[in-house]
Design a protein around this ligand. Structure first.
Ligand code: HEM
Length: 444
């Protein structure tokens, strides 16, 4: 089986492949692919990558034929740098650890994390003053890191880890994608020094917290680290310290930029849609008033859910990578074994055939009657199948609690004269600068 039957995307330059086209406008290229075909071949230099953009083909890769795929090159490159947690591992090791960790995201646990989130959201809101300029992109970045760290580590032991994560994680996240894509031969370049220093420091700080938590009395502790340390599989075996460190690191990587970007875009889009914002304020007032927002409140805030659905559709995880274990047919095309495959969620979620006027922020797309008409495979911002995001409900909870807490106290509007944020390409299509002025709301 060869790749010859798969149509090539336009704009290939011999030797460089589609790299120049991708460098010019990566998101633009991804979203234009569906017009050329649901399954296409892109050449990254001389490496062929098969891109998959239709709902049916994406579902084949993620769910129906998931056994024919593993994570692939990107993850092999990332593994030595950030460890072998759930997002990077494959096969029986992934399945065992996924089963061990899944209960940490069950309802009872989420109820506990919601208390921490609610307190942190109120502290964020209370830290602002009337007329202050808040750089929402940065503020949400720090907030998401600190909030996740506060649920991962117990407060008494975790303080130094939270500090290190706050400083080191952004350095790592900023260059991780570039580092993973760069050839191995360039690993020793001095430009990676800051990355390596931050990665080493974060590892060692997390190791210290693991040792301190193991040595402490685990009775009654409900932070995620304590739960990881006491998890046991059916043979009675638990996770080694190294596995626990890799899982914590993975959650920090997977769970901070994603949540921060979602919150920053939500606040920006709401500032552009006073009608939607006004409806949310009524909803928050009727469902909650001034008391802390809890886990049980999430279903009582459907307007916020619709805003989040729409933000994640527009600006969610851009693409997922896989490699074929064996030859497999996707969308009617034969893909040989050991081929890199890129699933573009960005293209899927902005497909004009699925979402009319796809670039428009329109939370009404998520009204129950319209959701009922939409096949489930059209909406996969958290992935699907056995690799589906383990933190989906966690991030929804955090984003809902944060928006409800902040919005009832503050009205945010872009700093006059500032440019509208653009999408930067990283794991998420996160916003470039979002400077906003916060104004205290008059409470009726
Ligand atoms: C808006 C927020 C988030 C979005 C849009 C998001 C999206 C995703 C997606 C699309 C995947 C699938 C990756 C693949 O199939 O290759 C994934 C996996 C994952 N996510 Fe999230 N995520 C979010 C928040 C979180 C949070 C808060 C956590 C942790 C607390 C988290 C932890 C993970 C982990 C560990 C995986 C790997 C799961 C596995 O392979 O078994 N994510 N996420």
């Amino acid at each position: 089986m060869s790749l010859e039957s798969i149509p090539r995307a336009k704009g290939r330059i011999p030797g460089l492949g589609h790299v120049p086209r991708l460098m010019r406008a990566p998101l633009g290229v991804l979203r234009s692919l569906h017009a050329e075909g649901p399954v296409l071949r892109l050449d990254i230099g001389t490496m062929p990558v098969v891109t998959v953009t239709s709902a049916e083909a994406v579902n084949e890769v993620m769910v129906k034929k998931a056994r024919s795929f593993r994570k692939g090159r990107l993850f092999e490159r990332v593994r030595p740098l950030v460890g072998n947690g759930l997002a990077n591992s494959d096969g029986p090791g992934h399945m065992r650890n996924r089963r061990l960790i899944q209960p940490m995201f069950y309802k009872e646990r989420l109820e506990g994390y919601a208390h921490v989130m609610s307190k942190r959201a109120q502290a964020l809101s209370d830290s602002w003053s009337d007329g202050q300029v808040v750089h929402v992109d940065q503020a949400m970045g720090t907030y998401a890191i600190e909030t996740l760290a506060a649920t991962l580590f117990s407060t008494d032991i975790g303080a130094p880890a939270v500090r290190s994560v706050r400083e080191d994680l952004p350095v790592i996240l900023n260059s991780m994608l570039l580092r993973a894509l760069a050839p191995k031969a360039l690993d020793r370049l001095p430009i990676w020094r800051a990355f390596d220093r931050s990665a080493a420091r974060m590892r060692s700080v997390i190791d210290d917290v693991i040792a301190a938590t193991r040595a402490s009395d685990p009775e009654g502790r409900t932070d995620l680290l304590s739960l990881l340390l006491s998890a046991r599989d059916e043979t009675g075996a638990g996770l080694t310290d190294e596995e626990v460190r890799d899982e914590l690191t993975t959650m920090l990587f997977a769970g901070t930029e994603t949540t921060a970007s979602t919150l920053a875009w939500a606040l920006y889009h709401l500032s552009q849609r006073p009608d939607v914002e006004a409806a949310l304020l009524t909803e928050i007032d009727e469902a909650i008033g001034d008391r802390p927002v809890t886990f049980a409140d999430v279903p009582r805030l459907p307007g916020i859910s619709r805003v989040l659905d729409e933000v994640i559709r527009l600006h969610g995880v851009v693409s997922l990578m896989r490699r074929t274990n064996e030859s497999v047919t996707v969308g009617g095309y034969d893909i040989p074994a050991e081929t890199e495959v890129l699933i573009s969620l960005y293209a899927l979620h902005r497909h004009p055939g699925l979402y009319p006027d796809p670039d428009r922020f329109d939370p009404d797309r998520w009204l129950p009657e319209r959701v009922a008409e939409r096949p489930r495979e059209h909406v996969v911002p958290f992935g699907a199948g056995n690799r589906k995001c383990i933190g989906d409900r966690f991030s929804w909870l955090e984003a809902t609690i944060t928006l409800a807490t902040v919005l009832r106290q503050w009205q945010l509007s872009p700093v006059p004269g500032s440019k509208a944020p653009r999408e930067a390409t990283a794991a998420m299509a996160h916003p470039t600068k979002v400077p906003m002025v916060v104004r205290r709301r008059a409470r009726g």
